[in-house]
Ligand binder design. Structure first.
Ligand code: SF4
Ligand code: SF4
Length: 626
């Protein structure tokens, strides 16, 4: 018989299917130990395995069935079909699950028909465990104890009241005791399946150190599935009794105080030395008070659920008090199956010392965050100093705003879970959305206007350019406009004509020589004049320059300081230009020498006016040639 220490961690038995989670936080609200985490930027909750006590509360409350529990159904089916020796342990709460089966011997027959070689009633192990509890409770040595019957309670104490771990009665839960008895009575290779409504018993079965004498577990709905799969019904089987050893009042186990009653101990306000409590809230408060004060002065006999008859592995339909009646009737029948003497002999053949279990602490207590951190979170979610932070709407799943802030600080929750924070954020978001919408509308309007302006400017520029180009073509002299790099912006046909054949060829490809480099088209002396005009922002007028065998006259003048120059180029060898030049020169002579002419006129009398007449006639002659 094994004497074990509870050190192994169970493998994963409960989890959340992300795509089915609607973030309603019903599970967060229900979880007694804050084992459900909501991480920032994650759209589903997650179960923290190390913190979970496998109570199954979240599993039963989840409206979308997003919370899943592991199932051994397929493994059990394979084991049964493989021809292995399989034994079943039946929890007495089966009587509350199958009111549709008229006699318990029928469901024993049905289970046997599935292929189980032995079908055992867990009540016998309950009787043994009850005896151990009664002995310890009675032999009081100054230390009050907590019963070791509910695996959720055991797990809760190890994780959240680790200092009370030594107060647990050092016995395994009855299912484990029963499996050890089966293995002792039936040595050799076999598979033991526990059929019960308790999710938390999987904590024991799936211990990572593989020391559990139970191999697989079925919930009652899974057992129903197996019956359906194998087409087994009450009609298809004969009565069958459990394999011995049979229990007696151990069948009362699924109800509060059932364990102690199995040991003949009754809760009596005046005399009893133990307190039996059931249900989540009662259990939590009883343990908390037990931890904080010695004043209770009683041992605790606790169930997490309202008895196993309301465990997460029962069918969802069914009422507690009807179930209690069914269990009581079942227990009455079962108690009479084995005579007291025979039962006593069986009980005595299994010394209690063979079933000890040492529980070890598995603390999951998180460090308390700083008050300043809690206050920061409270103010983030809009709670001011005047608000009652020890209460709250509980929409986030926490009992109070303070509890919620602590969980956020500990990384178990996120601020977005707070309804108030969410609303505030949404309003701010809507406000900011409105503001940015307004800004967007303004920007769009400004953009449209500037696009319109740009279009108009472009159109004007195009018109100017066309006008300028047309005007330039009308000017009889060569005209060129260049940028600061002496690249041609505009030029007229006379300019191209003066430059010669090469320029004309370029003009055919690039009309107006736009973009051409002036330096490649004009001789260096002319380019120097352009550079001078550009650098000094000065005009350079009427410079005669020899180009090939022609005399050209160039005037360069700044149009825009530092970056645009204009130039007029004339070919002095052309007759019309020559005439114009002569007129200009003669006019200059007349102007410059007017005073001298006047003086000469004064000295020569009429002769001076003849000279002027003569010069004017020259001008007239040239003009008449136009
Ligand atoms: S099974 Fe229980 S302890 Fe585990 S997450 Fe669900 S409610 Fe919490
Ligand atoms: S109860 Fe929990 S797991 Fe289920 S949908 Fe709501 S938040 Fe998700």
């Amino acid at each position: 018989m094994s004497v074990s220490t509870d050190t192994g961690k169970p493998s994963k038995i409960i989890w959340v299917e992300p795509e089915d989670c609607i973030l309603c936080y019903a599970c967060v609200r229900e979880c007694p130990v804050r084992a459900i985490e909501v991480r920032p930027n994650v759209d589903h909750v997650s179960i923290l395995n190390d913190r979970c006590i496998a109570c199954g509360s979240c599993y039963t409350i989840c409206p979308t069935r997003a919370i899943r529990i592991s199932s051994d159904l397929e493994q059990v089916r394979l084991d049964l079909e493989s021809g292995k020796t399989c034994y079943a342990i039946i929890d007495p709460s089966i009587s509350a699950e199958f009111p549709d089966i008229t006699d318990y011997r029928n469901f024993v027959g049905m289970i046997r028909a599935l292929g189980f070689k032995g079908v055992f009633d867990m009540s016998f192990a309950v009787d043994l465990s009850a005896q151990a509890h009664a002995d310890i409770f009675t032999d009081f040595r100054g230390k009050y104890r907590i019963s070791a019957k509910c695996p959720s309670v055991i797990s809760f104490i190890r994780k959240y009241y680790p200092e009370l771990t030594d107060n647990l009665v050092p016995m395994p839960i009855p299912a484990i005791i029963m499996a050890e008895i089966i293995r002792k009575k039936n040595p050799g290779d076999s598979m033991v399946t526990l059929i019960n409504p308790c999710l938390a018993s999987r904590l024991d079965i799936r211990r990572a150190d593989a020391t559990s004498p139970v191999d697989t577990q079925l919930t009652f709905p899974e057992l129903r599935e197996l019956f359906t799969l194998k087409k087994i019904s009450e009609n298809s089987v004969e009565f069958s009794e459990f394999d011995p050893p049979n229990g007696r009042t151990g069948s009362l186990f699924p109800m509060s105080a059932g364990l102690m009653q199995a040991a003949g101990q009754f809760e009596n306000l005046l005399d009893s030395n133990f307190l039996s409590e059931e249900g989540r809230q009662n259990m939590l408060e009883a343990v908390d008070e037990f931890a904080k004060t010695y004043d209770i002065r009683k041992h605790l006999d606790l169930f997490y659920c309202e008895g196993c008859i309301m465990g997460p592995g029962m069918s969802a339909t069914g009422h507690k008090f009807r179930r209690m009646t069914l269990v009581t009737e079942y227990a009455r029948k079962r108690t009479g199956i084995t005579g007291k003497d025979e039962w006593t002999r069986e009980i005595n053949s299994f010394p209690l010392a063979d079933f000890t279990r040492t529980y070890t602490p598995d603390s999951q207590i998180l460090p308390e965050p700083d008050e300043s951190e809690i206050n920061d979170i409270l103010s983030l979610i809009g709670k001011t100093g005047n608000d009652d932070i020890d209460r709250g709407c509980q929409a986030c799943g926490y009992r109070s705003c303070r509890d919620f802030a602590v969980s956020v600080a500990q990384g178990l929750a996120k601020a977005e879970m707070c309804h108030l924070y969410g609303t505030k954020n949404r309003q701010e978001y809507i406000r900011s959305l409105k503001t940015s919408n307004d800004q967007l509308a303004k920007a769009q309007k400004a953009l449209q206007e500037s696009e319109k302006l740009a279009r108009e400017e472009k159109e004007m520029t195009r018109e100017y350019s066309e006008t300028l180009s047309a005007l330039l073509q009308k000017i009889p002299s060569g005209v060129v406009i260049v940028n600061e790099n002496l690249r041609i912006i505009q030029s007229n046909s006379t300019f191209i004509e003066i430059l010669g054949e090469e320029a004309k060829t370029i003009d055919e490809v690039i009309p107006g020589l736009k973009g051409a480099d002036l330096k490649t088209l004009l001789p260096p002396q002319m380019i120097n004049l352009f550079s001078h005009a550009l650098q000094h922002n000065q005009e350079v007028l009427h410079k005669d320059i020899q180009m090939e065998n022609r005399m050209l006259n160039l005037s360069v003048f700044p149009i825009k300081k530092g970056n645009t120059l204009g130039a007029i180029l004339r070919d002095l060898s052309l007759p019309e230009v020559q005439k114009e030049e002569v007129i200009k020169k003669v006019t200059e002579v007349i102007d410059k020498n007017l005073e001298m002419v006047q003086k000469i006129g004064f000295l020569l009398g009429e002769g001076a006016s003849d000279t002027e007449k003569m010069l004017n006639s020259i001008i007239k002659y040239y003009r008449s040639e136009d």
